[in-house]
Write a protein that binds this ligand. Structure first.
Ligand code: CA
Length: 223
């Protein structure tokens, strides 16, 4: 799940990035309106975290432009503007959630997860296929009743494949979702990761397996 953080305060952007990365999200940071527009042209995001007072413009204008274009990406406004009128304006312009600074990081991460559970993104807290289950808040993976230990990135890959199980997930889409623009990926990083996840699922006797669709990508399906 890929999140764009639009925040012009570098220290706060870094804190957000670290906390959301620990929760298993792939992050990109944009430092202003223009930067955010550029990122939105290049990539598809599952959620936007949007500061309002940005150096080169107002986050509300960006939100308004997005909604006018019919973009339905969930937007969480994160701002110091805290009057009821501010909140109402943000929500009326199409934000899905509104968090006032200062805020608790754990709560923010939970709110981002909650946004991803909503209908157009949505599949609930627990993702299941056959005897395999992934609890998205804790990222705990089980096969039957047995816990399977996965690295953070392996769990992210599994979540992505589970959300789209039975459909082919293109390799580039995996790369985009698991690594932001900045994280360097070796050419075969995705292959190596898929190989490791596949092995762990096999070793745990999962009834679902990761299939390679040559030249296109990967698909999680019951074997
Ligand atoms: Ca700001």
């Amino acid at each position: 799940m890929r999140v764009l953080i639009v925040e012009d305060e570098p220290a706060l952007a870094a804190l957000l990035r670290d906390a959301l990365a620990r929760a298993g999200f792939a992050l990109d940071v944009a430092h202003g309106v223009a930067d955010a527009e550029a990122s939105l042209r290049l990539a598809t995001y599952d959620t936007l975290i949007l500061d309002l007072g940005l150096a080169d413009g107002d986050g509300l204008a960006l939100l308004q432009a997005l909604r006018r274009r019919g973009t339905s990406v969930p937007v969480l406004i994160l701002t110091a503007r805290d009057t009821p009128e501010d909140r109402a304006r943000g929500l009326d312009l199409g934000a899905d959630d509104y968090v006032v600074k200062p805020f608790h990081m754990d709560e923010l991460v939970s709110r981002v997860r909650a946004l991803l559970r909503r209908p157009n993104a949505a599949l609930g807290v627990e993702l299941r296929l056959g005897n395999l289950a992934l609890h998205t808040p804790s990222r705990a993976v089980t096969v039957g009743c047995v816990a399977v230990a996965l690295s953070a990135r392996e769990a992210s890959l599994l979540e992505l494949l589970l959300r789209r199980h039975g459909r082919v997930v293109p390799r580039e889409s995996i790369e985009e979702n698991l690594y932001g623009f900045d994280s360097p990926t070796s050419p075969n990083a995705v292959e190596v990761l898929v190989h490791r996840l596949r092995r762990r699922l096999q070793d745990a006797s999962a009834t679902a397996a990761v299939h390679t669709i040559r030249g296109v990508g990967y698909m999680l399906a019951e074997s």
